[in-house]
Design a binder for this molecule. Structure first.
Ligand code: ADP
Ligand code: MN
Ligand code: MN
Ligand code: MN
Length: 357
């Protein structure tokens, strides 16, 4: 019995890394990661190596059933039954050390170091749908004078005049669930053709792995609909909301009774390392963090209860309960979640975060 394994990895493009994948046909059944061999690829075509020394290694690290190939099955029956799988990989050098673009390897270490705090993350992935060629937002007209009416009715809207592309969003949610990803919800966003899904709450490595796979599924299913999803933090300049990846965070300390004190301490620390965090919170985030459109401007750090104009928002119900989580509103839609989660862990649970140059 043959099984298709889609090897998925993150490339070395700058300033924003992108997903790549290729298919390996394996002898099934596939029972676990140990049935998925390492593989190699041409790093010179992914901004990860020169032509003369181009072979890089794909190390399988996380696997889910593939909801895009063949009959959908449950997690267990798919893995036991030799079905097709999606395999997230780390990129290694030929000597099996992590490639410099491999930010997961660093988060792996940090997640272990701070595991006693039982950190949990929930990430809200905002994104914008575009026509297949990526030219303009899905169903938007060519000329700006004919752009949709100003923002107001679109957020969580209903009806063809208010929301664009729901069919893809529904297919994506179903695919995430079939793959066993911890998708927590979806909503139409403030700009038409803009949407959001949430992943989590999960541990640091898990949330970032699942977010990258959920992004892959969104792009892959978009092919079926002639729609391109994009993570541009400010798709349309002017009076239109940008797209973020609000990162919600809690630890054992913030979740238990009296946790609000720990949340405020965490916010104070995050303020001290604001600029270092911004360095890894996504390219072009300066176009989004303007102090308007539900953001705090990029040069200012502020936290507040129920404040969507702050860098960090403590949800009102959390303040009322006196414990829970907080929301870092700064990460852009195109953030690398391995980096954002590591930054938050190092600042809140460790000595503070310093971005590499
Ligand atoms: P909003 O749009 O109001 O900012 P959402 O409902 O879109 O809020 O997202 C809330 C996020 O908070 C979800 O991703 C959820 O997983 C996450 N979350 C909830 N509880 C916790 C927690 N204890 N720790 C970390 N994240 C959490
Ligand atoms: Mn949300
Ligand atoms: Mn949102
Ligand atoms: Mn939010």
């Amino acid at each position: 019995m043959k099984a298709a394994a889609e090897y998925i990895w993150i490339d070395g493009q700058k300033p924003t890394k992108k997903l790549r994948s290729k298919t390996k046909i394996l002898d099934g059944p596939i029972n676990g990661l140990s049935d998925i061999p390492m593989w190699a690829f041409d790093g010179s075509s992914t901004c990860q190596a020169g032509t003369a020394n181009s072979d890089l290694i794909l190390q399988p690290v996380f696997m889910v059933p593939d909801p895009t190939r063949g009959k959908p099955r449950t997690t267990t029956s798919c893995l036991r039954g030799g079905g097709n799988v999606l395999v997230l990989c780390e990129v290694l050098l030929p000597d099996f050390t992590p490639h410099e673009s491999n930010t997961r390897a660093k988060l792996r270490i940090a997640a272990k170091r701070y595991s006693r705090h039982k950190p949990l993350f929930g990430i809200e992935q905002e994104y914008t749908l575009y026509d297949a060629d990526g030219g303009r937002p899905f169903r938007w007209p060519k000329v700006s004078t004919a752009f949709p009416a100003p923002q107001g009715p679109y957020y969580c809207g209903i009806g063809s005049d208010e929301v664009y592309g729901r069919e893809l969003i529904e297919a994506h949610t179903a695919a995430c669930l079939k793959a066993g990803l911890a998708v927590a919800g979806t909503n139409a966003e403030v700009m038409p053709a803009q949407w959001e899904f949430q992943i989590g709450p999960l541990g640091p490595l898990e949330v970032a792995d699942e977010l990258w796979l959920a992004r892959w599924l969104l792009y892959r299913l978009g092919e079926n609909y002639g729609i391109s999803a994009k993570l541009d933090p400010k798709p349309i300049s002017g009076d239109w909301n940008g797209a973020g990846a609000h990162t919600n965070f809690s630890t054992r300390e913030t979740r238990r009774s009296g946790g609000l004190k720990h949340i405020k301490e965490a916010c104070e620390r995050l303020g001290k390392f604001h600029l270092e965090h911004i360095k890894v919170y996504g390219a072009d985030n300066d176009k989004r963090l303007t102090g308007r459109h539900e953001t705090c401007d990029i040069k200012t750090f502020r936290y507040g209860i129920g404040d969507r104009g702050a860098s960090i928002r403590i949800p009102a119900p959390v303040a009322k309960a006196g414990c829970g989580y907080f929301e870092d509103r700064r990460p852009a839609a195109n953030v690398d979640p391995y980096e954002a989660c590591r930054a938050i862990l190092e600042t809140v649970c460790g000595k503070g975060f310093k971005a590499e140059d």
